[in-house]
Design a protein around this ligand. Sequence first.
Ligand code: AMP
Length: 450
Amino acid sequence: MGKVLGDLILESLVFNNYVMDETPNTPRKIKYQRPRGTYDILPEDWVYLDMILNSCQEMARFYGFQRIETPIFENAEIFTRGIGAGTDIVEKEMFLIKGGRKKPLALRPEGTAGLVRAYIEKGMGNWIKPVRLWHFGPFFRHEKPQAGRFRQFWQFGFESFGRQNPIIDAQTVQIIVNVLRKLQIKDTITHINSIGCDKCRPRYLKKLKDYLEPYREYLCLDCKKRLKSNILRTLDCKNEGCHEILANAPQTFESLCKKCRQHFKGVLEFIETLELPYELDHSLVRGLDYYNRTVFEIFAQEKDKAKIALAGGGRYDDLIDILGGNPSFACGAAVGVERVIQLMREKSVKVKKSTVPQLFLAQLGISAKREALQLFEKFRKANVLIAKDFSRDSLKSQLSKANRLGIRYVLILGQKEVLEGEIILRDMKTKTQKKIELDKVVEKVKKKIK
Ligand code: AMP
């Protein structure tokens, strides 16, 4: 069919249906807003999340990790016992769900304690060692509102159970760094320290206490409390005054027992073998009680920019025992997804755009609508992506929608075409159109748009 004739058919169809079926969208005052510290994950964010998830999946497959997801709430006790009662997370940041219960539930503030609960409950101690698990999901902390800190945030993590060898610690860092590299976050640095075990740590804590006592009155309020409740945490206090005092404090490394010293040496040697950039950081203790020996944090280190903390982890050989399981070794780390996305955006990392259809199916009249519904399913079965708007009757508005979606080819089905067993294929770019037999349209159009 020629262009002029085609356009005439189209114009007549449009003119018979020029009534707009759009309702104007007058803005109204917003009545409800999302809770503070939360955000909506919009379609434009999902492309990043999908990419991160894919990268985790790929690494997990290669390094032999299996996926696990635990509930987003657990008995609060597993966190108070596991993370520790004197920690900020438990003391200030946990969302508790009481609802008349004697023992409250808590929205999970981190992943490890729930994972260890599942490890014990499912008897994973009998699985082939090392048991390697990874997870990806939302977490909740009642943080003070500030940039980069949310009350609902996402993390992915990799955890290994059942092996004490320092190579596990180094490989935990390696897998996280590799996931980040895959996402084009290539300049990272791992801060690492050893906080010893329950045999050598008390010796260190005593030394630290003896050192800090004379400065007690100069310490911040939190650190004064920490002297009694959790003295190790004074080391990572952000207060400048405390920082200065702690600059000359004894270092954990000096008090490590022989076994912890050997372990740490082994971790560093493997990290060097794997050529992972690292820095010894004697003030790094992590805010959670369950850690022993190796602790680390991974930062993005862009030239001329402040470091951004992306991940934290370490060894937690006592946690399974603390939560009531048969003692076993464990090591893992978790990465903050929002910060990874922030960096990917800043670096303009290319993300896969969601697939846009190249085809639109427009219909006109009730019998055509019925036929179009069936045709739409035929396209789905043939795996051809096709857009439509069956709730619109006007051809003009359907064509304008195809235009807004940037779709080149529109199939138009009117009453006349249904009777004649045909359909119009319009090329929106060249503004030409032709008729195709209805029963061959799927296969013909599939070839065309390929
Ligand atoms: P953490 O175990 O608390 O060190 O958390 C590990 C990583 O998760 C951090 O390095 C951050 O990237 C991220 N993260 C922790 N808390 C939050 C939060 N409230 N909002 C966003 N990201 C967070």
